[in-house]
Design a protein around this ligand. Structure first.
Ligand code: BG6
Ligand code: MG
Length: 218
């Protein structure tokens, strides 16, 4: 029986995925690197450092660790400018209502995000209090598709992996959920329909009981 809900952040709770893209695009333009929306799919759910290394691989480039660090810091500065004005209006449709309903029904709620900016973003969205547990990029050493971010979330909720379900918009995140023995619901990104156990376009008017019955295959 599902007792815990593990939410990814970027692209699931809020449409920050577009700001990650714009920040990487701006950095790549400065460096004269190719980077388009298809390339960006490979970065969804992936840590900052790994993302830049993927960009380097796509452009047949090599850099020292120091340079990688330097450009990742620069990308984050660009990203922070984009999210500086983030407001509650950018919470994706139905998310707050769905989470509030889940809380009423005593589901444990955890964040499982690769982002080191998770706390800042949740605070800006006034969503921090919705979570019993927050596991983010500052708390894990292994990035998705490693399941660490979700296994830690389940552990801190006091639940077994099979009692949790993950909401994800990235292939890396869905593979991470499966690697951790959890079912994954794909959200907002049609690119993940072939990977997830169940797909929803959005949380709008989503009935949690109906969804859980579908996910549990009853
Ligand atoms: C994930 C995003 O949630 O967080 C990735 O999908 C991003 O695109 C990663 O690279 C790390 O985020 P941050 O905020 O720590 O750079
Ligand atoms: Mg995401």
């Amino acid at each position: 029986m599902i007792k815990g809900l593990l939410f990814d952040l970027d692209g699931v709770i809020v449409d920050t995925a577009k700001y990650h893209f714009l920040a990487w695009k701006s950095l790549c333009d400065q460096l004269g690197f190719k980077f388009d929306l298809a390339d960006n799919e490979l970065l969804k759910g992936v840590s900052r450092i790994r993302s830049f290394n993927i960009i380097l691989e796509l452009n047949n480039q090599k850099m020292s660790e120091e340079e990688v660090e330097k450009y990742c810091t620069l990308k984050n500065e660009l990203y922070l400018k984009y999210i500086n004005n983030l407001t509650e209006d950018e919470i994706l449709p139905g998310v707050r209502e769905f989470m509030a309903d889940a809380r009423k029904r005593n589901y444990g709620i955890a964040l499982g995000s690769a982002s080191k900016n998770s706390r800042l973003i949740l605070d800006k969205l006034h969503l921090t209090d919705m979570f019993d547990v927050i596991i983010d990029g500052n708390k894990v050493s292994n990035a998705k598709p490693d399941p660490e971010v979700f296994t830690k979330g389940a552990e801190e909720l006091g639940l077994k992996a099979e009692e949790c379900v993950v909401f994800e918009d990235s292939v890396a995140g869905i593979v991470a959920a499966h690697n951790g023995n959890m079912k994954a619901i794909g959200v907002t990104n049609p690119e993940v329909t072939d990977y997830c156990d169940y797909y929803i376009k959005s949380f709008l008017n989503l009935n949690i009981d109906v969804l859980m019955r579908k996910v549990e295959g009853e």
